[in-house]
Write a protein of this length. Structure first.
Length: 66
């Protein structure tokens, strides 16, 4: 068996589809994680809106809105 016949037999349709599906799944997974990290750095967790309820001291944030 020569190298040329091996490469033609290796890249069949189902095998190309499987590799493409794996690559697409990894790209979506990595992209979602990058988005999650970007949103976590862009958010400001120290700025919290203060609720308008009165008398509920246990549910108030540590800092009022910025």
């Amino acid at each position: 068996m020569t190298a040329q016949s091996f490469s033609r037999a290796y890249w069949t349709g189902p095998r190309l589809f499987a590799w493409g599906a794996v690559a697409l799944t990894l790209a979506i997974f990595i992209g979602a994680n990058i988005h999650l990290v970007a949103v976590s750095f862009a958010s400001r967790p120290d700025c919290v809106l203060q609720p308008n309820t009165e008398g509920v001291a246990a549910l108030r944030p540590a800092k009022p809105a910025c």
